[in-house]
Design a protein. Sequence first.
Length: 70
Amino acid sequence: MFDPSDFITESIEEIKNRIGDKKAIIALSGGVDSSVASVLTSRAIEDQLLAVFVDHGLLREWRYSSGRQV
């Protein structure tokens, strides 16, 4: 059976192994997919990550707010 906590732990370990000591950049749209990817990556590599969110003026207000919160 699928266990979300196992998924989180395994994903964080995989990200750590892939990135190693390098730095990474991730684009954040404010949607669920990029938000989850950003949080998992941030937990894995912390200060090595730069998350980029661009407000191009066409987003709905709730998307803009959720993108900034992540």
